[in-house]
Design a protein around this ligand. Structure first.
Ligand code: BTN
Length: 263
């Protein structure tokens, strides 16, 4: 018998992807928060998937919220960094590799190379945010990384507040039709497996791709780092996942910060 939950076929997810355990909820505050709880309980097999149909208090970077409505895909994957041999201390690289995995998973749905990475943790489609990624290493855990992914698939921003509508988009809003949510989940997990392994074993292959996909290259960027602002023309993303800005006196690299504005 098929193990279905909402639009999800959990049996297929287990069979066709690298996840070894699934924690499914019809509704959940935040899949990242639930993932941290699961790690603390120490009972999950890794990689573990935390999946919900409806996420009510999704978290973004810093104090940001993740706005999701019916039809969006929200999940977190907990990976054991030691097992996958990827650099646990280099979260920007994990976010970027995850962004590339999402781009690879969605490319078959789109007709042109319309997807781009907005450093360090967003995927953009036709200039608007399609996907947000929140990679975290909970302080209490040894070598576990939580990778939270929100993809706007079948939700629509047509009725969203103006400030959200001008910045975000969904596959539905661009394609004008619904997409198989289960298929997007499975392909994203498969690509995540491939990209995390590549990051661990053959990182140069993946590093060249994140510069190729960089939305900000050649654009004027204002980077907010705490109370400080750094302005410059983006010259891509370096091998450690840092954004490179050309400033009057030369180039500087930044591993943290929020892109407050770009032209
Ligand atoms: C951002 O835009 O700053 C990142 C948004 C990340 C949202 C995803 S949705 C699934 C997972 N659970 C959360 O609470 N957040 C992430």
């Amino acid at each position: 018998m098929s193990d279905t939950a909402g639009s999800f076929d959990l049996e297929r997810v287990r069979r066709d992807t690298f996840v070894r355990s699934i924690d499914y909820h019809a509704s959940l505050d935040s899949t990242n928060d639930r993932a941290v709880e699961l790690i603390a309980q120490g009972q999950a097999d890794y990689p573990a998937l935390v999946l919900t149909v409806r996420q009510t208090r999704g978290r973004g970077r810093g104090t940001n919220h993740w706005w999701s409505t019916d039809g969006s895909l929200t999940f977190s994957v907990v990976v054991d960094a030691h097992e996958l041999r990827f650099p646990v201390g280099k979260l920007p690289m994990v976010s970027l590799a995850t962004g590339l995995a999402v781009c690879s998973a969605l490319t078959p749905c789109l007709t042109a190379p319309e997807l781009a990475l907005k450093w360090p943790n967003d995927v953009y489609l036709r200039g608007r945010k399609l996907c947000g990624i929140l990679a975290e290493v909970p302080s209490s855990t040894a070598g576990k990384v939580v990778i939270g992914i929100g993809i706007n698939v079948n939700n629509s921003f047509a009725g969203a507040p103006e400030d959200v509508r001008v910045r975000a988009t969904s596959l539905h809003d661009v394609l004008g039709r619904t997409t198989d949510l289960n298929g997007v989940l499975i392909e994203t997990l498969r690509q995540l497996d491939v990209h995390l392994r590549t990051l661990a074993r053959n990182p140069e292959t993946i590093r060249s791709r994140w510069s190729e996909y960089c939305l900000l290259t050649g654009r004027a960027v204002c980077l907010q780092i705490g109370p400080r602002e750094e302005m410059g023309i983006c010259r891509g993303i370096d091998e450690e996942g840092a954004i490179v800005l050309e400033q009057g006196e030369g180039r500087a690299r930044f591993l943290t910060g929020v892109v407050a504005r770009f032209d």
